[in-house]
Design a protein. Structure first.
Length: 101
């Protein structure tokens, strides 16, 4: 991530990973409280063209990600810290469901 940031700029850190790693049938989880973070939105847009299922985690409203993602979990919080705390909890729950524990 730091090499991409250094070579391409931090606006490309996520899209470069999608270019290199994402394949049809994969799942991408994008996290942006506003739902409008340009580097996250760009990665989701590219992922969609590759047949990747996109899940977004945002705060209230969802921003651009609300319509861009296949599924958008828009935490109904107006305080950034509360939304981010819920994103952590949701991430842990998703990992537990995937691991089957």
């Amino acid at each position: 991530m730091t090499a991409v940031g250094n070579d391409y700029g931090y606006d490309k850190v996520f899209v470069r990973q999608v270019e290199a790693l994402a394949q049809a049938g994969d799942v991408l989880v994008g996290i942006s409280t506003s739902g409008n973070s340009a580097n996250v939105v760009e990665a989701i847009e590219l992922a969609k063209t590759k047949g990747v299922y996109c899940v977004g985690m945002t705060a209230a409203g969802g921003g651009k990600m609300a319509t861009l993602c296949d599924e958008c979990i828009a935490v109904p919080a107006k305080i950034t810290a509360r939304a981010q705390e819920m994103h952590i909890l949701i991430g842990h729950i998703l990992c537990e469901l995937v691991d089957g524990e």
